[in-house]
Ligand binder design. Structure first.
Ligand code: NAP
Length: 298
């Protein structure tokens, strides 16, 4: 079995940045990613708060970083990690790998509504990524569910593509920034449906309508071609609980930001307990985790 210097779990901005730093220090690096490179930043239509880059799409940012890391010689395998042993053996669905150090950069995944037929309609009218799928709804009627910045940005983005956008949120006030809500209020093809939750998804082989319930229990059926769910994210670290401490919300505990309770296992990015989950803080974590792993490597 090859002994890697560092195995990075997750190919989002934190994981790719830690690989970048490790490769530039001449370390042998394997990146393991369950799905696609890029992580949550792929959902951002535009990134305009990354210092030094005025504006870039999340997809372009992720692709540039991925290509930068590949050029430096990173090995990347698209395999789901199912377990990590204390001796730094990483077990995926099909293989076992070994490293001197491991960096967990598993990020977060989209929160689901957890209602009937949600999985069935994915790709058949239901999406968690407006940037990825919005273009399929040119001139059609869509709904966005959520009240954070992602939902507000998605609704703005979709209002330029779709003929009509319903924005459904479970409260009166949005969690996202006022400046986005103000833009939406001035859009003629956007209708707010507040104090409501999505209760059911209707249709045969594809989504035809949704039923929303208000706080008083009144229901309303809304005919839509597409529903974009943007109700936040949650971590997925349960499989690492033998080597790291996990808090009640599922995030990895770390005393100083990158060290976990197991020597040689580090955490970076959205997966850890932290104050601010942003692109800037993810890449900061990635660079610190890799530098620390290199310094402490045995
Ligand atoms: P978020 O800020 O956590 O917002 C999630 C929204 O979904 C909230 O409005 C929440 O309602 C609602 N929600 C949660 N669970 C729900 C459920 N089961 N049913 C119905 N509604 C539910 O998530 P986000 O919008 O994805 O943003 C994540 C982070 O990224 C935030 O810090 C955000 O500011 C940041 N972000 C920044 C930018 C930017 O700076 N341009 C863009 C996108 C995201 P309540 O409000 O009632 O809890």
């Amino acid at each position: 079995m090859i002994l890697y210097d560092i195995i990075v779990v997750g190919a989002g901005p934190a994981g790719l940045t830690s690989a970048l730093y490790a490769l530039r220090a001449n370390k042998r690096v394997l990146i393991l990613e369950a799905k696609a490179y890029g992580g949550q930043i792929l959902n951002a239509n535009k990134v305009e708060n990354y210092p030094g880059i005025e504006s870039i799409s999340g997809f372009d940012f992720a692709t540039n970083l991925y290509n930068q890391v590949k050029k430096l010689g990173a090995e990347i395998k698209f395999e789901m990690v199912v377990k990590i042993e204390e001796d730094k053996t990483v077990i995926t669905k099909n293989e076992k790998y070994k490293a001197k150090s491991i960096i967990l950069a598993t990020g977060v995944k989209n929160r689901k509504l957890n209602i009937d037929r949600e999985d069935e309609f994915v790709g058949k009218g239901l999406s968690y990524c407006a940037t990825c799928d919005g273009n399929f709804y040119k001139g059609k009627v869509v709904a966005v569910n959520g009240g954070g910045n992602t939902a507000l940005e998605d609704a703005i983005y979709l209002s330029d593509i779709a003929s009509k956008v319903y924005l459904i949120h479970r409260r009166e006030e949005f969690r996202g920034e006022d400046r986005y809500a103000s833009v939406l209020k001035n859009k003629k093809n956007v209708e707010f449906i507040l104090n409501c939750t999505v209760a059911s998804l209707n249709g045969n082989d594809k989504l035809k309508s949704i039923t929303v319930l208000d706080n008083l229990g009144n229901s309303r059926e809304i005919v839509v071609d597409g529903l974009f769910i943007a109700i936040g994210q949650e971590p997925n670290n349960g499989m690492f609980s033998n080597v790291v401490d996990i808090n009640d919300n599922g995030y990895i505990e770390s005393d100083d930001g990158v060290h976990t309770k197991t020597e040689g296992i580090y955490v970076a990015g959205d997966a850890r307990v932290k104050f601010l989950r942003q692109l800037t803080t993810a890449v900061g974590d990635g660079s610190i985790a890799a530098t620390m792993a290199i310094r402490e490597m045995k």
